[in-house]
Design a protein around this ligand. Structure first.
Ligand code: ZN
Ligand code: ZN
Length: 315
């Protein structure tokens, strides 16, 4: 494929991952969307250690995703609420839910609601991600990408040198249980998420990933291996000496596609002041894609507050 000169590493998805692409931030946001707003509640439900929780909340406030709202005076206590920019992550949160319910192996003991009900039509719902132009359900096969207006000035959004996991050590993945792989493992690690999105944008071979993603070789090799182990990629040999492999996204990975396009849409809107580095185009049109998150029954667009949660499937 033609080189896009690190555009993926500088794209809206990479920028979004810089803000919410770590395990704790995702869990904190999940809980805030579920109506948990106070420090102690967030600590208890998300399991985030106190020190980490303080830092992540500060960073989400600094990045304009959350704001602090006083709910008590003397002493003043704050709760954390979503700004408009934060509320706009709702399609991302719904995509996380959708994938976890299907692939995450959840049961009633987990903190995730098993049923979502659309207040508009009263039906149990699976969020559906559709093209805003033609209304068709989105699939990675129908979407292509091209350099956007800001491509010439693209700079990688992930600054690898300063990231605490930039250097790979043997214990790097110790927290990842590959038999029960959760979405926080897939996008809670920015590099894994970037490799995954690379596959959606058409990367296949090790050299392509390496050239396009700006990830150190040992880290890249490790993430590719992980993605194969957890069933998101398959690996096929295309050359014997030296051995070379091609990687392809499985169905389980393709089910993560709504999440990637939701991250793209959010990042394009809120994080690219100079315009898009990478533009996604649906097969129906030449315009940049607009993604609609809708109810799979009535096809109405979903907004925060339109959905009721239930922890079990009884009613
Ligand atoms: Zn379309
Ligand atoms: Zn509906």
């Amino acid at each position: 494929m033609e080189s896009t000169g690190h555009l993926i590493a500088a794209s809206a998805v990479a920028r979004s991952l810089n803000i919410i692409g770590d395990r704790w931030s995702l869990l904190i946001l999940r809980d805030i969307f579920l109506g948990r707003h106070r420090f102690e509640e967030l600590h208890k439900h998300s399991g985030t250690p106190r020190g980490t929780l303080t830092k992540r909340l500060q960073s989400l406030v600094l990045n304009g995703v959350l704001y602090r709202n006083p709910y008590q005076t003397a002493p003043t206590r704050y709760e954390y609420r979503l700004t408009d920019k934060g509320l706009d992550l709702y399609p991302v949160a719904l995509a996380v839910w959708r994938w976890e319910i299907k692939w995450g192996g959840y049961d009633n003991s987990e903190a995730l609601p098993l049923v979502l009900r659309h207040k508009g039509c009263g039906n149990k719902l699976i969020p559906s991600y559709r093209c805003g132009e033609c209304g068709q359900e989105l699939s990675s096969r129908d979407i292509s990408y091209r350099p956007g207006p800001a491509a010439a000035e693209a700079e990688p959004a992930l600054t690898l040198g300063t990231h605490r996991r930039a250097k790979l050590n043997p214990g790097d993945r110790r927290g990842t249980d590959t038999s029960l792989f959760h979405i926080t493992d897939a996008i809670g690690d920015r590099r894994t998420a970037l490799v995954l999105s690379g596959a959606f944008w058409g990367l296949r071979r090790y050299d392509d990933f390496h050239r396009e993603l700006n990830i150190a070789t040992n880290v890249l090799a490790d993430r590719l291996k992980l993605l194969v182990e957890v069933g998101l990629f398959t690996r096929k040999s295309y050359q014997d000496s030296p051995p070379r492999y091609e990687y392809k996204a499985t169905e389980k990975a393709h089910d993560l596609y709504p999440l990637i396009v939701a991250l793209h849409q959010w990042g394009s809107k809120w994080l690219e002041d100079k315009g898009a580095v990478l533009t996604l185009v649906h097969k129906c049109s030449q315009k940049p894609i607009r993604v609609d998150t809708v109810c799979n029954h009535c096809h109405e667009r979903l907004h925060f507050g339109d959905i009721q949660y239930a922890l079990d499937d009884d009613n």
